[in-house]
Write a protein that binds this ligand. Sequence first.
Ligand SMILES: [Zn+2]
Length: 322
Amino acid sequence: MFSLTDASLYVAALDLWIDSLRERERCYVSHGHADHAREHGTVVTSVNSARVCRARFSRAVKYEEHGFNEPWSVGDHRLTLFPAGHVLGSSQLLIEGAGGAFVYTGDFKLARSYTCEPPEVKKCDVLLMECTFGRPQYVFPPRDEIEERIVGFATRALAGGCAPVFFAYSLGKAQEVLAILTRAGVPVTAHGAVHALARVYERAGVGLGAYEKYDARTYDGTRALIWPPSGRTRPKAAHNRSLRTAMLTGWALDPGAAQRYGVDEMIALSDHADFPSLLSYIERAEPKKVWLNHGRPDFVWHLRRLGVDAAYLEANQQLALF
Ligand SMILES: [Zn+2]
């Protein structure tokens, strides 16, 4: 039995919570973003997500770490973590039992990146997937185009005597833009929170190039800045250089996004799958049943029109799986 109980996913047959936002005795954590990771008694997660959690959690917890594609058994079931391509360490969970194969995607993307483990898609009978960008207008530009826009924004700002600031989540997006900029030879300074997690990426073997840690006393505006969008403090104009700001998010495709975010430019660099990628995932996984969570419930209708047996997971719904 699989259920959305107490606003959290729970697999009764394994006595396992999945990405629960309430602290549990034992819980699988797909990745280190705050809307998925909590300080549970025991955190079941990938090796690299454990590194991320150790850097982010305020207290020590127990970790049950698993390598990608290294299955383990719980009773009659076989569990396997495999890469989701969302941020460093992000995993999907495959549960196999007599009743079939079930996959929970967590947050994922299929687009390439410099900083994530390459995503995989496994065939399954039942798929529970996120659908953050589950509307047809969300088609992200090709990756090369996004990189050109990021590098172009930085070089134009610097040439014009301005300091380019990229707002990007401190886990994942920030390290990706860092890698894009340093590969293009753009000098980069990272906010402290971004810098701390960049070190975790490097310890996991991800090369990010050369960058500096932001210091308000020494920052002179001649380097691109990477800043968390949620940061309470905003970077200050330095040495009479005004700021040029860009927000990196899939929501860049929404009309009026720049005004809403209060930035000069929006660039659609996303850690999530866009609409075509969501469909392509389902095509490759060939599930008999698709459950959706974390996103647009109306994605269900797009899938049903395509002949996919899909439903949105409602609170307190019990699903017989095994
Ligand atoms: Zn996430």
